[in-house]
Design a protein around this ligand. Structure first.
Ligand code: ATP
Ligand code: MG
Length: 408
C-alpha cells in the first residue's frame, strides 16, 4: 500500500474527551474514527488489524470443529420474552412496521438455540458447535475506554450442543485450550490468565480470560504459582487458589478478553429443545457458549504494547509487516524505493510504503513509530550509496544496514 493513497492518515491531535491510550493512539494513527461514544469506524489500517485478530480466532475455532455461520443482528423481541431476557438493561429495542418489536442482539443464544433446534433430532446429530464473528449491541452505561468497551462491538461467539453433561465438560476443556492458543498467537499468552468467574456455583460454570494490565476494569486475585486468577466479584466464595490452595494471592487489574460458560439446559429448555436418545426417549440438550472480543483485543494490544511514541504491533496482527520509508528529495531514491516495494509485494510480503514527497524525515519517523509496524526500512541517498536499506525493529533501539540483494 502506498501511504499517499491510504484512506485515514495520522494526525497530531485527538479530541480532549478521549482519555484512553488505545483510543488516543488508534485515532491518531488513522486506525479508527470515533463516530460517537462507544461507536467507531474502522479505517483500512484498523480493519486489517481487526481481520488478522479475527482470522487467528477463526482458525482455532475451526480446528476444534466449529462450523462458521452468520446470524442476523435484528431479532424479534418475542424470542427474548421466551427466555425472560427482554428486560435486560443493556438491550437496544427497535420497532418495525405495524409496531413489530425487535432487539439488536447483545449476544445470540436467543437466535442460535431455535436455529440449531431445527436441524437437530436425535443423539446422532450431537455434539455440534457453531460460531460466528459479528457485531453485538449493548447499551453500556459507561463507554469511556475507547474500543475496550463499545456500544457496538465485535465478538466471536461459539455455541456447543451436547447430549450429556460429560460431553459438554469434555468440549469445555477443549475450548479452554483453544482460547489459550488464541492468546498465545496474539502475543498475549504470558499475561492472559484463566480466571474463575461469577455465573453460578464457584468455578464450575464459567471462566474468564483476563489480560493483566493496569488499565483493566476488573480486579483479579492472582496466584503467581499457577498463573490462575479469581475475579474479585467471587472472592467471598474463594479466598485461596482453587488449583493449589495458595492463600497468598496478589491483587491485579485485568481486561476481560474472553468468557466461557456452561449454560447447561438454561436456553434449550426455554425453547423446548430436546433430542431423542438411543431408546427414542426425549432428553434435554446441554449447551455451552464461548465468547471473545476481537475489537476489545485490538484495544488491549495497544494498551499492552506501546511506548510514548506510539503503538508496537505484534507481527501476527500488525496491519503490515514492513514500513518502507523513502527519505530525501532525490528522484532516484523514490525510484529505487518503488522497486524495492514492488519486489517485496510480489513475494507476498505486506508493506506500507511511505512514498510522500516533501515530508521531512522527522515526520516520517514519527508516523512510523506511531503506526507501530514491526519492521521499518529506510531508503535514502546515503543507504543507496551502500546498495543498502536501513532496517530497524519497532521494539529495538538499534538500526542496521542490510544489502538490498539480501533483503529481497
Ligand atoms: P464486561 O464484564 O466487560 O462488560 P461481559 O462479561 O458482559 O463483559 P461477555 O458477554 O462475556 O461480556 O462477552 C464476551 C466477550 O466480548 C468479552 O469477554 C469481551 O472480550 C467482549 N466484550 C463484551 N462486552 C464488550 C464491549 N462492550 N465492548 C467490546 N468488547 C466487549
Ligand atoms: Mg463476560
Amino acid at each position: 500500500m502506498h501511504y499517499s493513497q491510504l484512506f485515514g492518515k495520522t494526525s497530531k491531535t485527538v479530541s480532549a474527551d478521549e482519555e484512553s491510550v488505545n483510543a488516543q493512539y488508534l485515532i491518531r494513527g488513522g486506525f479508527v474514527n470515533k463516530q460517537m461514544a462507544g461507536v467507531y469506524n474502522y479505517l483500512p489500517l484498523g480493519l486489517r488489524t481487526l481481520k488478522k485478530i479475527q482470522n487467528i480466532i477463526r482458525e482455532e475455532m475451526t480446528a476444534i470443529g466449529g462450523n462458521e455461520i452468520l446470524m442476523p443482528t435484528l431479532t424479534q423481541e418475542e424470542s427474548y420474552k421466551t427466555t425472560g431476557r427482554d428486560t435486560m438493561d443493556v438491550l437496544f429495542h427497535t420497532e418495525g412496521p405495524g409496531g413489530a418489536k425487535y432487539v439488536l442482539n447483545p449476544t445470540h443464544e436467543e437466535v442460535v438455540t431455535p436455529l440449531v433446534q431445527k436441524y437437530t433430532f436425535s443423539y446422532n446429530d450431537l455434539p455440534l458447535a457453531v460460531f460466528q464473528i459479528q457485531n453485538k449491541y449493548r447499551n453500556e452505561p459507561r463507554a469511556k475506554s475507547g474500543i475496550l468497551r463499545g456500544r457496538e462491538f465485535n465478538m466471536k461467539d461459539l455455541y456447543s450442543f451436547h447430549a450429556s453433561e460429560e460431553s459438554l465438560n469434555e468440549f469445555y476443556e477443549i475450548a479452554k485450550k483453544a482460547y489459550h492458543k488464541v492468546y498465545a498467537r496474539l502475543g498475549l499468552g504470558d499475561i492472559t490468565v484463566l480466571t474463575y468467574a461469577s455465573g453460578g456455583a464457584f468455578s464450575r460454570y464459567s471462566h474468564e480470560f483476563q489480560t493483566l494490565c493496569e488499565v483493566g476494569e476488573d480486579t483479579i486475585y492472582f496466584c503467581e504459582k499457577c498463573r490462575i486468577g479469581i475475579n474479585k466479584e467471587i472472592i467471598a466464595d474463594q479466598t485461596s487458589c482453587p488449583e493449589c490452595g495458595n492463600a497468598d494471592l496478589v491483587e491485579k487489574n485485568g481486561i476481560e478478553v474472553g468468557n466461557i460458560f456452561k449454560l447447561m439446559a438454561r436456553f434449550s429448555s426455554a425453547f423446548g429443545f430436546k433430542y431423542l436418545d438411543a431408546e427414542g426417549k426425549e432428553q434435554p440438550v446441554e449447551m455451552g457458549c464461548y465468547g471473545i472480543g476481537p475489537s476489545r483485543i485490538m484495544g488491549t494490544l495497544v494498551e499492552v504494547f506501546h511506548d510514548n511514541k506510539g503503538m508496537k504491533w505484534p507481527e501476527s496482527v500488525a496491519p503490515f509487516k514492513y514500513h518502507l520509508l523513502a527519505l530525501g528529495k532525490e528522484d532516484e531514491t523514490f525510484v529505487e524505493a518503488e522497486k524495492i516495494y514492488k519486489n517485496l509485494i510480489s513475494k507476498g510480503v505486506e508493506v506500507l510504503y511511505d512514498d510522500r514527497r516533501g515530508v521531512t524525515a522527522g515526520e516520517k519517523f514519527a508516523d512510523a513509530d506511531l503506526i507501530g509496524l514491526p519492521i521499518r526500512l529506510v531508503v535514502s541517498k546515503k543507504t543507496l550509496a551502500e546498495d543498502s536499506v536501513e532496517l530497524k525493529r519497532r521494539d529495538k533501539a538499534d538500526a542496521s544496514l542490510v544489502k538490498i540483494s539480501d533483503l529481497l
